[in-house]
Design a protein around this ligand. Structure first.
Ligand SMILES: [Zn+2]
Length: 300
């Protein structure tokens, strides 16, 4: 039997999985992200037995970025300018492909999550463009267009959308090292922790921080709806799981659009349009399995 590999590479941990689909995962391991050499050695060790006996058809990598996804670039498959110490200019895709000798699909963690949510959930299959946004420690956006993750100059960086910032209501300067008060700067979990002096998990339901948070996320989604015209938006990540947040965002998206987009999906059925991830916090890893499957099928 052929199996597929998934690598979810994050700034704090790596998750490796072997399986064929979400209901048939054969082995899974997670370990902390240390040096590139040590971490990649452990990845290889995990997959090697399957590769050695010819069972591993392909591997998908869902990685923290930024990444070089331009296939014509000499640094294709590299993690490029990450602030994560030691991980800048690391040839993650190339190293793993060379050492395992199997085809390797490579994309951002959020593009993989978007891909997984569309690929594995039957109701999402025909919805295109398809958008996934995660609001956790950071904010990332994955976009699927014509069945594949959107790549251009690089990949979509919707986490850094510029937002209207009312300095009187919210005098916080933001946490993005590049922009200060971009979307991630104002609405990430990190920004909430810095602004309020406590992490979002500990912020009471009645705290005004949640009103501000749903405003910023809704403003960002309105811009994303104008820009990409997605047929579905998945709102994932730890901060989004706060009770009532998704519902507040839905109401505000409608309110901010003010009837401009004449779609019944937005006007009447927004509860079906902005959804929590069907795969929970597994969208990225299961998306990487899906990427591996699609790559293997294309190479047949
Ligand atoms: Zn930014």
């Amino acid at each position: 039997m052929k199996v597929y590999g998934a690598i979810e590479s994050g700034g704090t941990k790596f998750v490796c999985i072997v399986g064929t689909d979400p209901n048939n995962l054969l082995k899974e391991e997670r370990f902390p992200t240390t040096t590139p050499q040590e971490t990649i050695d452990r990845v290889i060790g995990f997959f090697q037995p399957y590769a050695d006996r010819g069972a591993l058809a392909a591997v998908g990598i869902a990685s923290f970025g930024p990444l070089d996804l331009n296939i014509a670039s000499p640094t294709y498959g590299y993690i490029t300018t990450t602030p994560k110490a030691g991980w800048s200019q690391i040839n993650l895709h190339g190293d793993i492909q060379r050492r395992l000798q199997v085809p390797v699909a490579f994309d951002t963690d959020v593009n993989a999550a978007a891909f997984g949510e569309q690929y594995w959930i039957p109701e999402h299959k025909l919805l295109d463009p398809f958008l996934y946004i995660t609001v956790g420690t950071g904010i990332g956006v994955g976009v699927i267009v014509n069945k594949f993750p959107l790549h251009g100059l690089m990949h979509a960086e919707g986490g850094h959308f510029a937002l209207p910032h009312d300095w009187q209501r919210d005098p916080f300067q933001g946490v993005c090292p590049y922009h200060g008060d971009c979307l991630e700067g104002l609405a990430s979990g990190l920004s909430m922790t810095k602004r309020w002096g406590q992490s979002p998990e500990h912020l009471p339901d009645s705290h005004p921080g949640w009103e501000l948070e749903s405003d910023y996320i809704a403003l960002a989604l309105v811009n994303m709806i104008y820009a990409y015209s997605p047929q579905r938006i998945i709102l994932g990540g730890g901060v989004s799981q706060h009770p009532g947040l998704v519902q507040a965002v839905r109401c505000k998206v409608k309110q901010f659009m003010n009837g401009y987009i004449q779609s019944s999906m937005l006007m009447e059925r927004i509860d079906e349009y902005i959804l929590p991830p069907a795969l929970g916090n597994r969208s990225g890893a299961l998306g990487a399995i899906a990427m591996a499957r699609v790559l293997a099928a294309r190479l047949l």
